[in-house]
Structure formats: structure tokens, C-alpha cells
Design a protein around this ligand. Structure first.
Ligand code: ADP
Length: 259
């Protein structure tokens, strides 16, 4: 809190009171802290893949190259870690653009069933490799929404990608649509590992992961849900999550029908 005061003197030169100006810096400080935490987190997160890229390259240069199988193994790790680094940088840039609302929205009528099936098509391969079935919403009645198609596609893509990643082989994912008066609910359900109750309130935070090792193995950046949350807010919507450990998770995105 910043306090300034000055005596209040009237035209006759008599002291009549004091003018006190109170300036509340709490919000400014909070934002500053968020920003510096973010920079610290980013540096830490970027260092992890770089450290392993360096380590494995050094070992190769030190002689491990003689053995072809070791060589292949290490190169695969180096490749995977560079990919992850690439995704992280992309996600960090996306997130900062979305947060600052530097993304121009193109609002138009969107057919939700179409959008969902074209989005799921992008993940079909990945799902099939794990024998996970993905069920789309009923085709009728058609549900349309005035919104930004690319943003909504990114939201669905991130949620379904997570559902595939955090669902064991043979599991099932289903996408549902419900229209209620002035809003539409989009649900992404999975029969995956679930999220412990204590972690639920934090999963939309940047870089927050329930199980770091598992997320890293799956190539995760810890930014997918933070991006989703901001995108949903940019579309004037809300997102909620329900989960039972070992049983599965349901994300519900609620969007207004009209912009
Ligand atoms: P990540 O890149 O690690 O997947 P996200 O921001 O997309 O980052 O998700 C944050 C964390 O939330 C994940 O690391 C995971 O622990 C948890 N999570 C997200 N979606 C699911 C899901 N469908 N089932 C179980 N856990 C999930």
C-alpha cells in the first residue's frame, strides 16, 4: 500500500485538514510475482530437455558411438527431447499470445458435430495404436454455435489428446454434446487413470502435472490445459472437470450459443 498525504489549506491560508491518497499495489505486485514465477518455471522446464540432449550427445562423442544399438537408442532420445523442446516453445508462445488476447478471433457459425469429427480424425491413429475407441456425439439434432472455429478446435484437440495419453490400452473415450437454452455443453469423457482429488484444483495451472515422469514420457509440456482454459475464456465460456482415480475423467466446456 502506498500512502501520500498533504495538508489541505484553504484560501485564507488556514489548515483545514489533510488529503490522503491511498494507492493499492496488491494487484500490481501479484501480477509481477506471477510473471517472475512464470519466467522461473519456463527456464526450469526448458532446461530439462536441454540437459538430456547435452548429456546423451556428450556420451556419444565420448565413445558410445562404437556400439550401433546404443547409438540408435541415444539418438532416439535426443530426437524425442528436441521434439518436446520444440512443442514447449510453441506452447509457451501460444499461451502468451492467447493470454494477452493477441489472437484475432474469427467468429462464424460452426457445426459442432462436423468440427468434432474432423478433430477426432487427427487423433485416430494415436488412439488405434492403444486400441482406444473414440465415440462421437449423435449426429442429430445438428448443433451449431457462433464462435471461433480454430480456437474451439484447439480446445477439443488438447482435451482429446490428453484423454488418449492418460487412458490405458483398450480404454474408451466419448465426446458428448448437450444444448441447454442459451448454451452448449461439450463433454470429453475417458476411462483413464483419473486425477487425484487434491490435484484437481491445480491442473489448469501452467506446468502443473500430476505425475511429472509420466507426463514427460508421454511428451507432455504441462501447458495443454492452461492453453485450453485461456481459450475457453476468450470464447466467453467455462471449463470444469470431474474425475475419479483409476476410473476416468470428464472435462465439460460450456459455451454461449450466441457470441
Ligand atoms: P501435459 O502436457 O502434462 O499433459 P496438461 O496441461 O495437458 O499437460 O495437463 C496437466 C496434467 O493434468 C497432466 O500432466 C495430467 O497429470 C493431468 N491430466 C490432464 N488430462 C487428463 C486426463 N484426461 N486424465 C488424467 N489426467 C489428466
Amino acid at each position: 500500500l502506498d500512502v501520500n498525504f498533504a495538508p489541505y489549506i484553504n484560501f485564507k491560508g488556514e489548515a483545514k485538514g489533510v488529503v490522503v491518497v491511498l494507492h493499492d499495489f496488491t494487484e500490481v505486485r501479484r501480477l509481477e510475482k506471477m510473471r517472475s514465477d512464470f519466467v522461473a518455471n519456463v527456464s526450469h522446464e526448458l532446461r530439462t530437455p536441454i540437459t538430456s540432449i547435452k548429456g546423451f550427445t556428450e556420451t556419444l562423442l565420448d565413445g558410445a558411438m562404437q556400439d550401433e544399438e546404443t547409438c540408435r537408442n541415444f539418438l532416439q532420445i535426443i530426437y524425442d527431447e528436441s521434439e518436446r523442446l520444440y512443442r514447449m516453445i510453441r506452447d509457451i508462445l501460444d499461451l502468451s499470445k492467447i493470454e494477452q488476447r493477441r489472437i484475432a478471433l474469427h467468429v462464424a457459425e460452426v457445426d459442432l458435430q462436423d468440427l468434432m469429427s474432423s478433430t477426432v480424425a487427427l487423433l485416430q491413429d494415436q488412439a488405434q495404436r492403444k486400441q482406444i475407441s473414440i465415440q462421437l456425439p449423435k449426429p442429430e439434432p445438428r448443433i451449431t454455435l457462433t464462435t471461433d472455429k480454430d480456437c474451439l478446435q484447439q480446445i477439443i484437440l488438447n482435451l482429446v489428446t490428453n484423454a488418449v495419453v492418460y487412458t490405458p490400452e483398450g480404454g474408451a473415450i466419448s465426446l458428448e454434446l448437450h444444448q441447454e437454452k442459451e448454451q452448449v455443453e461439450i463433454r470429453v469423457k475417458d476411462t483413464g487413470i483419473g486425477i487425484p482429488e487434491t490435484d484437481l484444483p491445480r491442473i489448469f495451472e501452467r506446468f502443473y502435472r500430476v505425475d511429472r515422469a509420466r507426463s514427460r514420457d508421454s511428451g507432455g509440456t504441462g501447458l495443454g490445459l492452461a492453453i485450453v482454459k485461456h481459450l475457453v475464456e476468450n470464447l466467453h465460456g467455462q471449463i470444469t472437470v470431474k474425475s475419479t482415480e483409476g476410473k476416468g475423467t470428464t472435462f465439460t466446456v460450456t459455451l454461449p450459443i450466441n457470441w
